[in-house]
Ligand binder design. Structure first.
Ligand code: ZN
Length: 301
């Protein structure tokens, strides 16, 4: 995706385009915001702008831009967590690469995804490089949980916040890029909280998610004794995966908010506030946060 194709992010794009056009993009940038709102595509758009050999700087799909899009450009380095962490060996690889000459004699771009998963050791190792990378190198850290990134890292980077996408923009992406039918695009763009990756994840797991959601919805109003074993099992299942638990809980929250606003909500506002609090705690929870216990405490009240 080129920078001009990024949707709903007028403020971050204005900042980035302004810096790029003046040749003033800092060498270390943090892009943060919810998953699935265009941060990675923006980072690729920047890499295209910096390395494009066409006339329209990243907008004419030249050979360089195409290779960046397919992640095969030799001066583009993308790092994902290995397991659940970005490890020190990965950062050492970045540092080694920083001092090498670029293959294409232009700019090297390093994109670190889920930068909140840098181990403390890896983050400390990266600090010096963020401060003074050799000219022609750009390091872009992407995160959906900036609170977990060390302040010493953040203080060395330009921080750009990405908001959620407009539902109409998600809808268009789902139809154009993921070939969803109009009905599916309408539905999943309306429940995804402004995130394309949420929408796609809900769509791919729709049967299971809807089933879990309906069962939990019932659970907020109280579970009958006969259903208790199945309900406990469901809580255990969804608590084994934070991401899927968040999806279902967010669906539940959105559903109750809609019902509340239309005056037909079966639960009190206090319970909705508790649900929101539970979701917020999940989002920032650490590895030793007991997901299952929190769910049981909420649903089995
Ligand atoms: Zn190009």
């Amino acid at each position: 995706m080129n920078l001009s194709e990024i949707k709903s992010q007028s403020v971050p794009l204005m900042i980035i385009n302004n810096l790029l056009s003046r040749n003033r993009l800092p060498a270390a940038v943090v892009m943060h915001g919810q998953n699935g709102v265009g941060k990675f595509n923006t980072a690729l758009g920047i890499a295209k702008y910096l390395n494009c050999s066409g006339e329209n700087r990243g907008e004419d799909n030249c050979n360089d831009c195409s290779r960046i899009e397919s992640l095969t450009y030799p001066d583009l380095h993308v790092f994902d967590p290995e397991g659940k962490q970005i490890k020190i060996e990965q950062v050492r690889e970045i540092i080694r690469n920083l001092s090498l000459k670029s293959f294409e004699n232009k700019h090297k771009v390093f994109i670190i995804k889920e930068a909140e998963s840098l181990t403390v050791e890896a983050a400390n190792c990266l600090l010096k490089s963020l401060e003074e990378p050799p000219p022609g190198n750009f390091i872009i850290l992407i995160s959906s949980n900036i609170e977990k990134i060390l302040p010493t890292i953040l203080s060395r980077c330009l921080i750009i916040k990405f908001g959620i996408l407009k539902s109409g923009d998600v809808n268009a992406i789902l139809r154009d890029k993921y070939n969803l039918s109009e009905t599916d695009a309408d539905y999943f763009s309306s429940i995804c909280g402004g995130s394309v990756s949420n929408a796609v994840c809900y769509y791919e797991n729709r049967e299971q998610i809807v089933e879990n959601f309906e069962f939990l919805k019932q659970g907020v109003c109280g579970v009958g004794q006969n259903e208790m074993p199945d309900f406990m099992k469901l809580l255990e299942e969804i608590s084994s995966d934070k991401w899927s638990a968040l999806i279902v809980l967010n669906l539940l929250l959105e559903d109750y908010m809609k019902l509340f606003l239309s005056g037909g909500c079966p639960v009190e506002l206090k319970r909705i506030a508790e649900l929101r609090e539970l979701i917020d705690r999940f989002k920032v929870s650490s590895a030793n946060f007991n997901l299952r216990l929190s769910l049981e405490n909420f649903f089995l009240k």
